[in-house]
Design a protein around this ligand. Structure first.
Ligand code: C2O
Ligand code: CU
Ligand code: CU
Length: 458
């Protein structure tokens, strides 16, 4: 199929499925992928990619169960496609090049339209030219509000990510061969909402919902909060209905690329007092990523005033009937280079799933890693054969970890499982969303050098 034929085909299919296609989407404001400039440190950085010429990608707000129309226009000379990470939406809106849509060339618009079934903290990023466009800034947060107001006084989104800059604040190459073959290439400038240790004002004594999202291409953040009474209320979008310990400096929370954590925070009562999101980076003292500063008279609210967040409508797998599948993540003996068509390649393969590197986004005759039957329960055994950590992400479905050979994992719903060195984790899910769902490591250098594939639900 030619690129153009496929585009027409998918629009026709969207119409046949009762989606509104171009006509309604045309009424919604376009999200325009474009070049941007921004002072990431003290001076301008050129060559960024965003949805505005001089600001980070905006927080996109939606409401659980309500339609969102997000027409995306590409004004870059490179191809792209937009993916909505964690949302359980129709496959043809998932934004994966060649698998669910054709890459969008310069000047093209794709009329993304979907109804998020789940409330929570999600995010968006390109899935074509992924390394390049994400590294240059194109990662944004999506907030899907609960149908009922959960009772916070305010909220704060923190989008954590690194940039790789030289002394003149200009971009260094986003990846290195050495990094791609190991833990990935790390940025050297850590930001929260593209700023360094920003301070945000919130009412003293108020209840704040703090949504922290790791949209970095590589880094696993080790986080904790200082100065607050707080509780973890959601993980990877979904409400946490069990008691999970609060992280501390000694025992920080590991948040891998793609993962999210929501805290309920009680602001200090004294004006000017702060709550700090702290990160531990290798070989560095603890650093403040962002601060919340109390302002005004104290409203003296209490975490116990919060009702638990309502559960999202995620089907629970039946472990007695679940069929097992095994996936091994490791190096590849083959080398070679993936065929990603218009979507960019790092030029080599280092990684594999089940010892086969992903032949590429545009490779012909590429089959699914597994085919799951609609409505059935499955246990997927994820085996990390490598010494590196891998945040393994599955599109379109939500799963629950059931055991690990290394640690006790709380049974929290997620779409991204961080596998530790040598770890084997079993996850369980109900295959209840039909389509071809990308399944890959969210360290983008791993994804783009073989650690990718897809799972089919029919
Ligand atoms: Cu957040 Cu396939 O990606
Ligand atoms: Cu995703
Ligand atoms: Cu990986």
């Amino acid at each position: 199929m030619k690129r153009r034929d496929f585009l027409l085909g998918s629009t026709a299919a969207a119409g046949a499925l009762g989606l509104s296609g171009f006509s309604l989407a045309a009424n919604a404001p376009e999200l325009v992928i474009q070049p941007a400039r921004f002072a990431l440190r003290d001076q301008m950085t050129d060559g960024m990619v965003s949805l505005s010429p001089d600001a980070p990608p905006p927080i996109l707000y939606g409401k659980q169960g309500e339609v969102m129309r997000l027409p995306v226009r590409n004004t870059l000379p490179d191809y792209t496609a937009m993916h909505w990470h964690g949302l359980r939406i129709a496959n043809q809106m998932d934004g994966v090049p060649y698998l669910t849509q054709m890459p969008m060339g310069e000047g093209e618009v794709f009329p993304y339209e979907f109804t998020p079934p789940d409330a929570g903290t999600y995010w968006y990023h390109p899935h074509c030219m992924t390394m390049d466009q994400m590294a240059h800034g194109l990662t944004g947060v999506m907030v899907i509000a609960e149908a009922e107001h959960p009772g916070f006084d305010s909220e704060q989104v923190i989008n954590l990510r690194d940039f790789r800059l030289d002394e003149d604040n200009q971009f260094l190459p986003a990846y290195t061969q050495r990094g791609a073959a190991r833990a990935g290439t790390f940025g050297n400038v850590q930001t929260a909402n593209w700023l360094q240790a920003p301070v945000y004002d919130h009412a003293a004594g108020g209840l704040v919902r703090l949504r922290v999202v790791n949209t970095d291409t590589t880094r696993i953040y080790k986080l904790h909060l200082e100065g607050a009474e707080a509780r973890i209320i959601a993980w990877d979008g979904h409400p946490v209905d069990i008691e999970v310990p609060m992280p501390s400096a000694q025992d920080p929370l590991l948040v891998g690329p793609g993962q999210r954590v929501d805290f309920a925070v009680t602001m200090p009562g004294g004006e000017g007092q702060t709550v700090t999101l702290m990160a531990k980076l290798p070989g560095q003292p603890l650093r403040a990523m962002a601060e919340l500063r109390a302002i005004g008279p104290s409203s003296a609210r209490d975490l116990r005033e919060l009702r638990p967040l309502p559960a999202n409508p995620v089907a629970r797998p039946d472990l007695n009937k679940a069929e097992p599948h095994e996936f091994v993540f490791g190096w590849t003996p083959e080398g070679g280079e993936p065929n990603n068509g218009f979507c960019g390649s790092l030029g080599y393969n280092f990684w594999s799933i089940n010892r086969t590197p992903w032949p590429g986004d545009a490779a012909e005759g590429t089959g699914p890693l597994a085919t799951l039957e609609m409505g059935k329960s499955y246990v997927l055994r994820l085996r990390n054969e490598s010494p590196n950590l891998h945040p393994i992400h599955l599109h379109g479905l939500v799963f629950v970890p059931i055991n690990s050979n290394l640690r006790r994992l709380p049974p929290l719903l997620t779409d991204t499982m961080l596998l530790l060195r040598g770890e084997v984790v079993e996850i369980a899910l109900v295959a209840d969303n039909p389509g071809d769902w990308a399944f890959h490591c969210h360290v983008i250098e791993h994804q783009k050098t073989g650690l990718a594939g897809f799972i089919r639900v029919v």
